[in-house]
Ligand binder design. Structure first.
Ligand code: NCD
Ligand code: ZN
Length: 347
């Protein structure tokens, strides 16, 4: 038996939803993670400080006693967002970042930004305050191939924005391409990225070869193998600009297993076991702590968690549930496609 003890990790990109789904999935994260950046793409979205405060309370009501989990709230950037409210909520310590969804890019992004010019006054205030902007980095132009949308976003939106507002602190979330990690690595400052667990494990063949597998469908969509390998290299680099954001995004099974299935992979329950597997496979278990527990808080201006987590490797495979039950129906857990041998022991 092999064990690895690291600082308790955080998840820097998480969807908890609301109502019955939130009730069921919140403990799946609070069991292993100290904190998580909570995505604001509810319907209607979390736009104001007051929305975030109320949502935070609803989340806290779902955290099992003794878990010591803290949700870090974000605000959904709209073309009518009030800059003063954003900055006040940040200074309050209630809200930790603003999320930019290009309108139509992904699940519940209809209220997002169509024209970046309209939100520049808010972004300028954020730059002044040092408040991070989390970015869903895909263009929505239907003429752009879905596999090219991240690279196109960097070129046509992100680079011009960063040239115009170099002081703005930007986190490019769930990067899925070599272009994305190369762009972050080449930047001199104020740019970081998160990587999901599943994009370190699947490529586009997993979704499409030998039958269509809706539970692997998410946005940004998984790319070619060469991109997955580039993401792995970045994850194990220990570079302070790269950290974990699982993008665990639960959808009820009927909504995934449909003629027009929703985007999102639910991975909260087995994420740490999957990551330990990946880092072990890469001979880089010593880099897991930087990726999952140290680099993220540093970017967000927080201390690492006080507690620790011990991961234990057993020779026999460890079983994780196929699905999580909610009062509205089941949600399928991410299947990495290999046996998991790691499990989390609570410290
Ligand atoms: C997310 C969701 O379901 O809210 N889906 C996804 O595929 N990742 C939205 C997002 O983060 O893009
Ligand atoms: Zn997401």
């Amino acid at each position: 038996m092999q064990t690895l003890t690291i600082r308790k990790p955080d998840d820097w990109h998480l969807h908890l939803r609301d109502g019955a789904v939130m009730q069921a999935v919140t403990p799946e994260t609070s069991r292993d993670f100290g904190r998580a950046i909570i995505m604001p793409n509810l319907v209607p979205p979390v736009v104001t400080g007051a929305d975030a405060r109320a949502y935070r309370e609803r989340i806290m009501a779902c955290v099992p006693e003794g878990d010591g989990f803290s949700p870090l709230m974000t605000l959904y950037l709209t073309e009518t967002t009030d800059a003063a409210d954003v900055i006040a909520s940040y200074r309050d310590g209630l809200v930790h970042a603003v999320k930019l969804y290009p309108a139509g890019a992904t699940t519940n992004s209809q209220s997002g930004v169509r024209d970046i010019e309209t939100v520049l006054p808010v972004l300028e205030k954020m730059a002044e305050a040092g408040m991070p902007l989390c970015v869903h980095g895909e263009v929505t132009d239907p003429a752009i191939d879905i596999f090219d949308r991240e690279a196109a976003f960097i070129e046509t939106v992100l680079e011009p924005l960063r040239a115009r507002l170099p002081e703005l602190r930007v986190c490019m979330e769930h990067v899925t391409t070599r272009d994305g990690v190369d762009y972050v690595m080449a930047a001199d400052s104020n740019l970081v990225c998160t990587l999901t667990t599943h994009h370190l494990i699947i490529n586009r063949n997993h979704i499409l070869a030998g039958g269509i597998r809706p539970h692997y469908y998410c946005l940004p969509v998984a790319k070619r193998e060469e991109h997955r390998l580039a993401l792995r290299k970045a994850a194990i680099s220990g570079d302070a600009r790269v950290f974990l954001g699982t993008d665990s995004a639960p959808h009820l099974d009927p909504l995934k297993e449909s003629a027009c299935g929703c985007a999102g992979v639910f991975s909260a329950t087995n994420t740490m076991a999957c990551l330990a597997h990946v880092f072990e496979e890469e001979g880089a278990l010593d880099k897991l702590e930087a990726f999952a527990s140290l680099n993220g808080p540093r970017w967000y201006g927080l201390e690492p968690n006080g507690g620790t987590m011990t991961l234990t490797r057993s020779d026999a495979p460890v079983s994780y549930p196929d699905k999580i039950d909610t009062d509205e129906g089941p949600i399928t857990l991410f299947d990495p496609g290999f046996d998991l041998h790691w499990s989390v022991t609570r410290d």
